[in-house]
Design a protein around this ligand. Structure first.
Ligand code: SF4
Length: 226
């Protein structure tokens, strides 16, 4: 997904705000081998994704090279908080930008019960120049892209959904350089995104990216010690 020309990076903005808290606290190298071993178990099933480790190219939005595939191919589910954020940013009633039935937003019994509207086979907020009209207020799912975290059982190679406490424990351990008991968190990137052209990610920025991605995806913080 593209940012407008004036905002070139999603991850980098977040890292600038969060990276300073990690000075001297990040010992991620010890977990690299474990992540690589877990990734090797699922790599063949996740051909559209790649493992992101410290030292890999960092993400910088390449708006001019991005086809906004995600904004065209997928419908985006949103929760109440995201609807309020978009309503405040647009000053539109929610029915103007959500999928509706009989004039009312469709409300499904899901954690994210609403769906962003679509027109001409793309998200209602996608501009003709393929930038997002509501980049600053865009849903968490859009902020998350092109990263995601999977938890993989290092013995069976199964992708797991551990309890929130187990997830946090695993992420904490990885960030602190401690042995990871149970499922291994893997930070993945979508290979179709052309934005991985920046300088190598240093360990502190990688740790901040893992933390931001975890918080966006699972709605919680995962910093060691809080
Ligand atoms: S809200 Fe913006 S980033 Fe998200 S799908 Fe729509 S156009 Fe794309």
């Amino acid at each position: 997904m593209r940012s407008p020309a004036s905002v070139r990076s999603t991850g980098a903005v977040a890292l600038a705000a969060l990276g300073s808290g990690y000075h001297g606290r990040v010992v991620v190298a010890a977990g690299t081998a474990k992540q690589e071993a877990a990734w090797a178990l699922i790599e063949e099933r996740y051909t559209g994704y790649g493992l992101v480790l410290p030292g890999d190219p960092s993400f910088i939005c390449q708006a001019e090279r991005c086809d906004a595939l995600c904004c065209r191919a997928y419908s985006v589910a949103v929760n109440d908080e995201e609807v309020e954020r978009l309503a405040a940013a647009t000053t539109f009633p929610a029915a103007r930008f959500l999928e509706c039935e009989d004039g009312e937003p469709i409300n499904l019994p899901l954690e994210r019960p609403f769906v962003l509207g679509r027109e001409d086979d793309h998200c209602v907020f996608l501009s003709q120049d393929r930038s997002c009209q509501q980049y600053a207020a865009r849903p968490d799912t859009c902020q998350l892209y092109p990263h995601q975290i999977l938890f993989v059982n290092p013995s069976s190679g199964r992708v797991m959904q551990p309890s929130p406490a187990e997830q946090q424990q695993a992420v904490h351990a990885l960030l602190a350089g401690d042995p990871v008991a149970g499922s291994v968190p893997l930070l993945l990137r979508h290979l179709e995104c052309p934005g991985f052209t920046g300088p190598p990610t240093n360990p502190a920025d990688w740790a901040a990216l893992l933390r931001v991605t975890y918080a966006l995806q699972w709605g919680d913080e995962a910093t060691p010690g809080g």
